[in-house]
Design a binder for this molecule. Sequence first.
Ligand code: ADP
Length: 269
Amino acid sequence: MRLVLLGPPGAGKGTQAEKLAARYGIARLSTGDMLRAAVAAGTPIGQKAKDIMARGELVPDPVVIAIIADRIKEPDCVKGFILDGFPRTVAQAEALERLLAQRGLKLDAVVEIRVDEGILIRRIETRIGQMQARGETVRADDNPESLKQRLVAYRAQTAPLIDYYGKKGSLRTVDGMPPIEEVTQAIFRVLEKPAPAKAGSRPVQARKKASLKKPGQRARKAARKAKKKARTLRTVARARKRVSVRRRAARRGKAKSRQSALKTARRRG
Ligand code: ADP
């Protein structure tokens, strides 16, 4: 199973991605985590990404695309993966499609976790508080300024993916406002029910059936059928009548010729 999780910062993508990875036995690929690891390790990619990330902006597409291209080749991705934080732009989504197509693969679903923007800041503040309480280092971009910029980037560059995947028919949306466990259950439900049909892609048979369901149309069709049957019956009756008239005329003709033959015989004889 190959999945993408979409949603603004603070929507709970990371938490849900972990639960999905456990349920389906697939790898969780978080570009945010990978980039933070690169920053911590001081790799060339990390050095490039460090300041961009701290400001809450997006790391250039070619950098993240190259990271994902390498990562999905790893053996733990054979059974599938869940992408958390990638793709974040239409260009990344297109690159992902190409990368998968090269291996004869495609995405199974894209799950959008929808939340009210008003609660995002509060959620992240809670996360900062929890991290501080555990004595962990707070993320460089978990501050009001960067958070504002992360939301701007989400709206401008990532939100268009909702429409992008919606048109492809792979988007499933869940409400991200209820408690974590309820959101997880909602995601399992949308993933385990049959895919919704893309607009205009219903098979002919289904379209016919659906149209017959409309009561007005059904009545009109029945009336047309009855009229046609009556017309056929009238035609058959008329044809039968013509045949019997002809037969009667033929019988009368035979009788006459028989009588005249008799008369002639009597006269002669
Ligand atoms: P969140 O979703 O909470 O904002 P992430 O951990 O997913 O955080 O990402 C943190 C930062 O890492 C982003 O603000 C961005 O700078 C960078 N990043 C992660 N994924 C991508 C990506 N796919 N494209 C560009 N930048 C990314």
